[in-house]
Design a protein around this ligand. Structure first.
Ligand code: ADP
Ligand code: MG
Length: 720
């Protein structure tokens, strides 16, 4: 027992680390770090290139680099005012002098003295009076310890500094590498050799302590593979919807009444979905079908068809949408359609009065309502059905896996139809949804207008405002989307670029850089009070409560507002035919598929509609990316390009929603992978392993099984 306590290893609690007291432990817990393993799985988001050594002569103004300098005179501190000291000294190299300035770091005085040599890392200021650096990182050059050339920068939380995080990670690395309690390699040797992947502890060492940038590439490949491989395994092991036999396949397929009630002719793609759905329901096992189709491609009618078949076979059906406004919109359309056919439709959303809720709940339990349309409210325990035969989940990526299955569990034998507006390429859909049947709607109803799309920069602001005016005067409505500023910062590195970029991202101890995005709040205020005081505008964002959000959305949908400023919380599915202009600020911060979906909110009526992407990004890549949107209106082509350009990680996150929120699989570093091939490889390998050992119970897979459990049950918090 005693021995156990002293052993340092992968499970050593963070509290046992040097310098981690109660307060800091709490901060670590907040970041999801409880053990040594958790700590080493928090990857750097960038590296400081401290090995970029210049001299006082060669360093340029504004350059971020290191200077190796010898202190010329003892540092002097002055208190300039209460609570503010400045410590200053001069140092030199063979080319000249440099002044070092430190704010509120009086202890520098005790660290530096005349004749000592340091490596100073920071931003160079070159003026007529000479060269200086302010608040540089200072490391003694004494020939004993080797100074590292690349120093990792971590995403932090209040109470933890970069330096402290660095030292904890170093300690944690030693723990996971320790002989007795360390992290064991869980990938079979043979697989690693075949795929050319380095060892897991080697990868962890290289990602935190790279000697050269190339090592991070090797490390990322291994760690990204792990994530995708575990993802694949968990999909295959737990995400699997086995074909469940049904006791009574549907027998009534007399759909004439339904077909005759349709106000338009179906597209070819819709017909194919109808056929597939009918076939599913006729067969001997439960339907589990995903319909993927671009915004406006006409998925709702496919759901309605499935509902119709369930109803004429004497079953109840439920449709769940992620928001009240969507639920109400479906309710408005479908209650009328089914009403004409003699079926009773009910609504169940959170904002209903207790009495109305009770009435619906009773009607469902008694079988007095045939179809219910609602939000998450449908999965409350109090909701029961007499005989639920089918559930439809709209915008499925907005729900967690547990929520999706909770609804189906309310029936004895419930067919499931899910719908997604993220037009993922077919190959990827097959991989991701393993044995879900996928129907792709790749054809738009006829007569759809192309939404003309333009890319502009800040210099067009005046003209853009003129354009807004013109649209509103012509009777249109305008959406303006600003990237959310209030949303929680992502904990892991944002993108491959950050990690691969061989340059500094942040300086100093606590310098957590925030993207310089427009503060949506200020933007909305200026817009409504100064730019367009004559128009009716409103602002929706994530911090508003659901009721307030819905109230504003409803007002916009009803034409009571001219301009709707929002973060991305506005709903993909909402139909506002009078909206003719979509403006996206800081467009470069969105994925192409996200932008395409935003754009899908206009052009739903007869009027000509436009989408304007505002971006001041100077990079060629951003321009190229956004340019694709200006040229193409085809969601699938755009998705394919997006996938190619961003890699599967980011793409998946988008398709599945914020992983952290939905509680699904977390792809942290895999988003760094530029190549979709690794994803396919991971799925192939998972299939290969499971073909021989279907439940991972063999001895040779013991470590792998444990790593998978650790990952999905502990660190990732997956709900299955
Ligand atoms: P989404 O796939 O985004 O859910 P909807 O089902 O809401 O799309 O359909 C968008 C609009 O297109 C609706 O107004 C619907 O009535 C209309 N629609 C659907 N199918 C057709 C069709 N085959 N021909 C003409 N209009 C259609
Ligand atoms: Mg829809």
């Amino acid at each position: 027992m005693r021995k156990n306590l002293l052993t340092i290893g992968k499970d050593t609690p963070i509290e046992r680390f040097y310098g981690v007291g109660e307060k800091r432990a709490e901060a670590f817990h907040k970041m999801g770090v409880f053990t040594a393993t958790d700590a080493v799985y928090r990857f750097p988001r960038a590296y400081e290139p401290r090995g970029n050594v210049k001299t006082t002569a060669s360093a340029e103004d504004g350059e971020v680099c290191s200077l190796i300098l010898t202190v010329a005179g003892d540092p002097k501190s002055v208190m300039v005012r209460k609570g503010m000291t400045i410590t200053k000294f001069s140092a030199f190299d063979e080319d000249g002098n440099c002044t070092l300035i430190f704010f509120n770091q009086p202890y520098v005085k005790d660290q530096a003295s005349r004749g000592m040599t340091f490596r100073f890392f920071g931003k160079i200021k070159r003026e007529r009076v000479g060269v200086s650096m302010t608040n540089p990182v200072m490391e003694v050059v004494n020939g004993i310890g080797v100074l590292r050339n690349l120093v990792p920068i971590y995403s932090l939380t209040a109470g933890i500094t970069q330096k402290f995080m660095g030292s904890v990670v170093r300690e944690a690395l030693n723990a996971v590498r320790s002989e007795s309690g360390g992290l064991a390699e869980y990938l079979p040797d043979e697989m690693r050799r075949r795929l050319g992947l380095c060892g897991v502890t080697e990868a962890l060492s290289m990602i935190h302590e790279p000697r050269v940038m190339e090592e991070t590439v090797t490390a990322i490949r291994r760690l990204a593979f792990d994530e995708l491989f575990m993802f694949a395994l968990s999909m295959m092991l737990y995400g699997k919807n086995e074909k469940v036999r049904v006791s009574e396949p549907y027998t009534n397929f007399d759909d004439k009444g339904f077909m005759e009630s349709l106000p338009y002719a179906l597209t070819g793609a819709q017909k194919r979905v109808f056929e597939a759905v009918a076939l599913d329901l006729r067969g001997g096992s439960l339907m589990n079908r995903l319909i993927v189709g671009d915004v406006g491609s006409g998925k709702t009618v496919c759901a309605a068809y499935a509902v119709y078949l369930a109803l004429i076979n004497g079953k109840q059906a439920a449709i769940m949408a992620p928001t009240e406004i969507l639920a109400r919109q479906h309710y408005g359309e479908l209650s009328e359609l089914f009403g004409r056919m003699g079926s009773r439709t009910a609504l169940l959303v959170g904002s209903m009065t207790a009495a109305a809720t009770r009435k619906t709940v009773a009607a469902l339990a008694m079988g007095e309502a045939d179809l219910v349309i609602g939000t998450h409210a449908l999965i409350e325990d109090t909701v029961m059905f007499r005989d639920l035969g089918l559930c439809v989940i709209d915008e499925q990526h907005r729900f967690g896996a547990a929520q999706r299955s909770a609804l189906a569990k309310k029936g004895k034998e419930t067919h499931v139809l899910t719908m997604s507006a993220t037009p993922i390429p077919r190959t990827l859909a097959m991989v991701l949804y393993c044995d879900t049947d996928v129907s792709v709607i790749d054809e738009m109803p006829p007569g759809r207008q192309k939404v003309d799309t333009f890319l502009v920069n800040e210099s067009y602001r005046e003209r853009l405002n003129g354009f807004i005016k013109k649209n509103i005067e012509a009777g249109g409505q305008v959406y303006i989307v600003c990237p959310a500023v209030e949303e929680e910062e992502k904990l892991v590195s944002e993108s491959g670029e950050t990690l691969f970029k061989n340059e500094i991202v942040s300086l100093g101890e606590e310098a957590e850089e925030k993207p310089r995005l427009k503060a949506a709040v200020d933007f909305a205020k200026v817009l409504s009070e100064e730019t367009f005081p004559e128009y009716r505008s409103a602002f929706v964002h994530g911090k508003l409560n659901g009721k307030e959000k819905d109230r504003i959305m409803n007002a916009f949908a009803a034409g009571e507002l001219d301009i709707l400023v929002s973060t991305t919380v506005i709903e993909v599915g909402v139909n506002v035919p009078r909206a003719t202009l979509m403006i996206v600020e800081n467009a470069e911060t969105f994925g192409l598929s996200a932008l395409h979906q935003l754009r899908g909110r206009v052009g739903r009526g007869k009027r000509k509609s436009y989408c304007v992407l505002v971006s001041d990004s100077k990079t060629q890549k951003a321009k190229e990316r956004l340019g694709i949107l200006c040229q193409s209106n085809d969601g699938f082509a755009i998705a394919q390009k997006d996938l190619e350009m961003r890699g599967p990680g980011d793409f998946l996150e988008q398709s599945f929603g914020k992983t952290r929120q939905s509680g699904e699989f977390d792809l942290g570093i895999a988003s760094l992978e530029k190549d979709v091939k690794l994803l396919y490889t991971a799925f192939d390998e998972a299939k290969r392993v499971l073909a021989e050992d279907p439940d991972l119970s063999r001895e040779e897979n013991e470590l792998l099984a444990r790593a998978l459990k650790d990952r999905i049950f502990k660190r990732q918090n997956v709900l299955i």
